[in-house]
Design a protein around this ligand. Structure first.
Ligand code: BEZ
Length: 177
């Protein structure tokens, strides 16, 4: 049996676990938002960066990457991801739609930050989010890198995400307020 993981954040551009295959994929009914604070990767305690989570939105579609991992490796990889994402993410099970024609959907794991977790930041005007991203750094590097790499990976896939692309444009703007 295969284990699938859907990545919609850093896992889109930097999957750091062994996988058998990677597919363009989407999940329905969820939007990607930079509403989760990061105090362990792209920010520090007291000065968090912003990373993505999923929020429920009827009719929305979130594109990302689906990874198939060997079932023998499954528990070890999931444990590693759980440790890596201990800053507020829970693992949920969702239908993951594989983009290739005729491939249908698989069931797999997705990491999701509940609004009641201690690092939750929630919505804010996009220019404020951009300012926070531009000043934030953490053990995994600059918060700007996270935003720009994610936007570049989604553009390479040829998929749309207005929130990510608008934020990436603001983050790139020289001298943005
Ligand atoms: C991801 O899909 O890249 C991801 C997002 C949040 C936590 C863990 C992974």
């Amino acid at each position: 049996m295969s284990v699938w993981i859907f990545g919609y954040g850093s896992l889109v551009w930097r999957p750091d676990f062994p996988h058998v295959e990677r597919r363009a994929a989407w999940i329905d009914g969820w939007s990607r938002r930079f509403w989760q604070g990061s105090t362990d990767h792209r920010g520090v305690p007291g000065d968090p960066g912003r990373v993505v989570t999923l929020v429920r939105e009827e009719g929305a579609r979130c594109w990302g990457s689906a990874y198939r991992i060997e079932s023998g490796n499954g528990e070890a990889i999931l444990d590693r991801l759980a440790h890596r994402e201990k800053g507020g993410y829970d693992r949920i099970t969702l239908d993951i739609h594989l983009a290739a024609p005729g491939e249908g959907a698989v069931t797999g794991f997705v990491y999701f930050a509940n609004p009641d977790n201690p690092n939750w930041l929630g919505p804010a005007p996009l220019p404020d989010i951009a300012r926070q991203v531009r000043r934030s750094h953490g053990p995994s590097g600059a918060n700007t890198e996270y935003v720009l790499q994610l936007a570049a990976a989604l553009r390479d896939m040829g998929v749309e995400d207005a929130h990510v692309f608008a934020l990436a444009d603001l983050v790139k703007e020289d001298g943005a307020p």
